[in-house]
Design a binder for this molecule. Structure first.
Ligand SMILES: *[C@@H]1O[C@H](CO)[C@@H](O)[C@H](O)[C@H]1NC(C)=O
Ligand SMILES: *[C@@H]1O[C@H](CO)[C@@H](O)[C@H](O)[C@H]1NC(C)=O
Ligand SMILES: *[C@@H]1O[C@H](CO)[C@@H](O)[C@H](O)[C@H]1NC(C)=O
Ligand SMILES: *[C@@H]1O[C@H](CO)[C@@H](O)[C@H](O)[C@H]1NC(C)=O
Length: 397
């Protein structure tokens, strides 16, 4: 009897130590890792964690990094890190800054696009270097197009001269929105990140009853690879009905080259769940991924911690899977001094990847707002591989 009991408990221990199977295929690992045969558990790629590899493996941020000039009265939003092509110790940050000390509520029409520089690593701190596009210009993101040997700046807006006292007059930058001018995606190109040439408004909304009559939140990705040197560009965007009077949902468009025309890959939204601020990329295996700002009831604009979601697809044509189980990132940012800030709002996710072809996410940047403040700034938080990567450039202290 005693021996039988020992045998049984031994068997239970043996089964338990093998772990509970969590995956059948790599899809169950969010395509951010591999489902190990036999044990059927996920082995996550660097930068990803949790049992389904659906959470970003974030590490403590350092106070004073990113771009936070709220002490001077100025608010900023979002940010995209670009590594200088000639100077390995130089990093550029493209972000939105609100003129006239207007807070986040006045992003339209006070937002302009600026460039800041850092020689302290991708996380910064960054210092203001130049205005790139004057007000109203918002939602900037920059990619390098290898086929064109150009940097491409995608953004929304059109020139406005708002009064010095913060107000929000109704205006339009094209079809789809007559209230805050957000509809319509514009593009500028550059070879040196400093001088920019206006290409045009390359993706427009419509004054009809479409779910995506209003188009904004551009996230481009060049489909170029060593084996297929195409100039094709993939563009994720957020749509909503005219004047953004309904759900904010996501979709994709592609263009043969950056100047357009951009054609929607499908007519229906990618996901039924409301999301904005998509950030899209293709990984080392050729699979597609997206981070989003989730507008679910426990996230959204100050309603709770569930602000960051991840979605994936094996091909551009889909089907896309939206991970509504594991949160990709929350409103909580931990700092290396042991403190933490639970932000009221944390949006506009953008990643900086390793440059070795592995597409390892190394830094996450967001626009943030603290609870009880009307101002906003840009946080940059490192991921698991960041310290090692900084060492290779002689940047880490
Ligand atoms: C950003 O700057 C403000 C004003 O100086 C400061 O109160 C806040 O703590 C800073 N944020 C972080 C994360 O350090
Ligand atoms: C959009 O807003 C403008 C300006 O307020 C208004 O004139 C127009 O009727 C609105 N359109 C729709 C479809 O709501
Ligand atoms: C989560 O996603 C699954 C699969 O798409 C869906 O069946 C389920 O209803 C979703 N749950 C919630 C809470 O949205
Ligand atoms: C934000 O501040 C308000 C009052 O200032 C407070 O009631 C609320 O609990 C705070 N929210 C969080 C998430 O800290």
């Amino acid at each position: 009897m005693r021996l039988f009991f020992l045998l049984i408990s031994g068997l239970i221990v043996a089964v338990a130590s093998k772990g509970t199977p969590t995956c059948e295929t790599d899809n169950d690992c969010n395509l951010n890792g591999e489902c190990l045969p036999g044990v059927k558990t996920c082995k996550c790629d660097s930068g990803w964690t949790s049992s389904d590899c659906g959470a970003l493996d974030l590490r403590p941020a350092t106070r004073g990094t990113g771009f936070n000039i709220t002490s001077t009265g100025t608010s900023t939003w979002g940010s995209k890190i670009i590594h200088d092509p000639h100077n390995p110790k130089l990093f550029h940050l493209f972000l939105a800054e609100f003129t006239d000390d207007c807070g986040l509520d006045y992003w339209s029409p006070y937002s302009r696009i600026i460039r800041a520089e850092s020689t302290a690593g991708p996380a910064g701190p960054y210092t203001f270097t130049q205005e790139v596009v004057g007000a109203f210009a918002h939602n900037p993101t920059v990619i390098y197009s290898p086929a064109d040997r150009k940097y491409l700046l995608y953004y929304i807006g059109c020139p406005q001269s708002p009064p010095e006292t913060c107000t929000d007059p109704s205006f339009t930058c094209g079809p789809g929105n007559f209230i805050n001018g957000e509809s319509g995606i514009s593009l500028q190109s550059s070879t040196d990140l400093k001088t920019w040439k206006f290409v045009g408004q390359i993706f427009q909304g419509a004054n009809d009853d479409a779910w995506d009559a209003d188009v904004t939140n551009p996230s481009p990705f060049p489909l170029w690879s060593h084996s297929d040197q195409t100039s094709e560009i993939l563009l994720a965007y957020r749509g909503c009905p005219v004047n953004c009077s309904g759900n904010e949902l996501l979709n994709l468009a592609t263009a043969r080259s950056f100047g357009g025309p951009y054609t929607k890959t499908q007519s229906l939204p990618l996901f039924s769940a409301p999301n904005e601020d998509p950030f899209i990329w293709r990984d080392k295996r050729g699979h597609f991924h997206m981070l989003t700002h989730s507008l679910e009831p426990d996230g959204s604009f100050g309603s709770g911690p569930k602000v960051g979601r991840h979605a994936y697809s094996r091909t551009l044509e889909g089907p896309w899977t939206f991970n509504n189980q594991t949160l990709a990132f929350s409103t909580l940012v931990e700092y290396s001094d042991g403190t933490s800030v639970n932000f009221y709002r944390r949006e506009r996710p953008q990643l900086f990847f390793s440059e070795d072809g592995q597409m390892t996410p190394l830094y996450l940047s967001n626009g943030v707002q603290e609870n009880g403040s009307s101002m906003s700034y840009s946080v940059i938080q490192p991921l698991a591989g960041a310290k090692q990567w900084e060492k290779t450039f002689g940047l880490a202290a």
